[in-house]
Design a protein around this ligand. Structure first.
Ligand code: ADP
Length: 625
């Protein structure tokens, strides 16, 4: 409180010496100071800081209200109040608008005022001293905070996930609109522990215990649960929370979110259902079903598999295809084949012996196909196997029979052929009985056919039992081709075999007789299956380290659907046309097996009724087959 001299001490420019210091203080003060005299509020003194706000308007010795009405009604009312009550009055955050230069927006300043009675020596009030303190930074900071809070509210309200905060004791202190919309309950209903009412009763214990555990640990919080929605639907959410710390390091609770994962849960459930369905189908199937992961190791075996091998559970780490159960004579072959097929993501079929629950080996026919997920990523293999022991045994009996029968037939046929040859050579020289000569030639041709058939049958039996041996040696392919073409041409009455011979010698390292057998087979088929035409073409090409031989006819042709099957044992195309040709369906099988054993390839290009071109290729650089 200022001391009062009782006179017009602070008028205009005249001061008593004793007050000089005080005056300087007023004048330099960084707050607003003014003294208003009498009820009219004549400005008796105003410091430069205050005056500056008035744009240095001249208010001295004038009633302030008239000189500076913009200061506002509130300001003058307070001055009057002090005059009437002789009491100090406070005014807060009085706003001043200050025009800035260069057309910038007016700045706003805020001042808190203290209006104090200014008394004469008798103690009667005859003025009011006004002091103002700049509180602009405080007002601005508060305004900024309010804006930030509003922004936070807008952001949280706009979020499609539910957001929440929890204090250090685990009480919910905030939930956003999303959570309120889901539950249809007002904000307050969720505060504290209210939110738990909107968790499905079956999930509550689990949610609470994990909540308590995580809050106590002050660790990250994560739990899935179902929310009871206002519209009666049950909604799955994934709640996650992150611990919050004050700048001083003190734990302040959590901030977190709840994401709607209903769709994800639904698809997880669908997947689970379909897996269960697959499992029950697989378990009820009488075949051995298995699955392997990308590392080739088995991940699933069905019941039949477990029963077959008498295993209680998956022998996953025991390796590929349960290798310890495979017969040791088959194991390397099977594992190599499996591993190669797997690496190339190819389908495979294998036959091998596997030990069953009684310790006996059974033949299994096992097929495997690569598995991919919806985005085509490789996921491993799925396969199935069947006990083919009985089939194998029957096949063995059949093979043994074919072997034995063809062997037994060969001896009399050889003898008949020898006699026919003898007779032919005798009667050719004499040349008297034309009919006899013709008959002998026909018999000789038929015997040749029969011999070829028996040889083929014997070969099939040898191949099946793994007894077909190859006598590989280097020879000139040109010569063999010429020889065989001449031989076949000799017996062919209607066809010309047109050979586009190689200009340079071509040596291959192979079994000469077997390669001759393949060429003969292709040529006799070409003639047999093109009765309406009179031409067969033979072409040879050398290309990229291999030699390719093609036999082209212009006959009945083969449907594309049949083309892969005709190389199978005993396979013959069915059709009215085809039935008129005799045969056993083994020639191409034998030819294909011979070529395969030479590391070559066999294929056909054809269209129905447009002839067929049969090809085989042999590698040129291979020494061992
Ligand atoms: P087959 O003794 O029946 O001729 P193959 O194994 O030689 O036995 O041939 C198998 C089947 O392939 C034949 O039955 C026939 O239907 C078909 N085939 C073979 N060669 C030809 C060809 N050049 N033209 C049309 N069909 C052919």
């Amino acid at each position: 409180m200022l001391s009062n001299t009782g006179q017009n001490d602070y008028s205009g420019g005249s001061f008593y010496q004793t007050d000089n210091q005080l005056k300087r203080l007023f004048m330099q003060a960084q707050g607003l100071i003014a003294i208003l005299r009498w009820r009219e509020g004549i400005c008796e003194m105003i410091n430069p800081y205050f005056k500056n706000l008035l744009e240095n308007r001249d208010v001295l010795d004038k009633p302030m209200r008239e000189a500076w009405p913009e200061l506002g009604q509130g300001f003058y009312e307070k001055v009057e109040m002090v005059f009437d009550t002789n009491q100090t009055v406070n005014g807060y955050e009085h706003k001043f608008k200050i025009d800035l230069a260069d057309g910038q927006d007016a700045a706003e300043l805020y001042f808190d005022f203290v209006y104090s009675p200014y008394c004469n020596q008798q103690g009667d009030i005859d003025g009011v001293m006004v002091m103002g303190f700049d509180v602009t930074p405080k007002v601005m900071a508060r305004r900024q905070l309010a804006e930030q809070q509003l922004l936070f509210k807008d952001i949280t309200d706009a979020a499609s996930t539910a957001l929440w905060t929890v204090d250090a004791r685990g009480n919910i202190t905030f939930v956003n609109h999303t959570w309120i919309n889901w539950t249809g309950q007002p904000y307050e209903a969720h505060l504290g522990h209210g939110w738990i009412q909107y968790v499905l009763p079956e999930d509550r214990d689990r949610v609470i215990s994990s909540y308590i555990r995580d809050v106590n640990r002050k660790g990250h919080y994560a739990v899935d649960f179902r929310v009871l929605r206002n519209d009666g639907r049950t909604q799955w959410v994934a709640a996650t929370g992150k611990p919050r710390y004050l700048p001083c390091g003190e734990f302040a609770g959590y901030v977190g979110s709840c994401m709607d994962i209903t769709d994800r849960k639904k698809s997880e459930q669908l997947l689970k259902d379909s897996e269960e369905r697959f499992r029950s189908i697989a378990d009820s199937a009488p075949v051995l079903i298995w699955m392997a992961g990308v590392n080739k190791h088995t991940t699933f075996l069905n019941k039949s598999w477990m029963q077959f091998a008498n295993v209680a559970q998956l022998l996953s780490d025991s390796g590929y295809l349960q290798s310890d159960l495979i017969h040791e004579l088959d194991r390397d072959r099977v594992l190599d084949h499996y591993s190669n097929a797997f690496d190339n993501r190819e389908e495979f079929y294998l036959e091998y012996r596997m030990k069953n629950n009684e310790g006996h080996y059974r033949w299994i026919g096992m097929k495997g196909v690569p598995r991919t997920n919806t985005d085509s990523t490789f996921e491993g293999y799925i396969g199935s196997g069947m006990d083919i022991t009985d089939m194998k045994e029957h096949e063995q009996i059949k093979n043994d029979f074919i072997g034995m029968a063809s062997h037994e037939l060969k001896t009399p046929i050889t003898s008949i052929k020898a006699y026919i040859q003898l007779l032919l050579s005798i009667y050719k020289k004499k040349a008297q009985d034309e009919f006899l000569l013709k008959s002998l030639t026909t018999v000789n041709n038929q015997i040749n056919k029969l011999t070829r058939l028996i040889t083929d049958l014997l070969d099939v039996s040898k191949m099946e039992s793994g007894r077909l041996s190859l006598n590989s040696e280097p020879f000139l392919l040109n010569e063999v081709l010429k020889e065989i073409i001449e031989e076949v041409q000799h017996t062919a009455t209607h066809h010309d075999i047109i050979y586009e011979a190689l200009t340079e010698p071509c040596t291959v390292h192979a079994d000469r007789d077997r390669i001759a057998q393949v060429i003969t087979n292709f040529l006799t088929n070409a003639i047999k299956y093109s009765p309406e035409s009179d031409r067969v073409d033979v072409r040879v090409r050398i290309n990229a380290g291999e030699v390719q031989i093609a036999v082209q006819d212009y006959g009945i042709g083969i449907n594309p659907t049949e083309q892969a099957k005709i190389f199978n044992r005993f396979y013959r195309v069915e059709g009215r046309n085809e039935q008129t040709f005799s045969g056993f369906g083994i020639g191409l099988y034998v030819a294909a097996e011979i070529v395969k054993r030479h590391n070559g390839k066999v294929w056909v290009e054809s269209e129905k009724d447009k002839g067929a071109a049969f090809y085989f290729s042999l590698p040129l650089n291979t020494g061992d087959v």
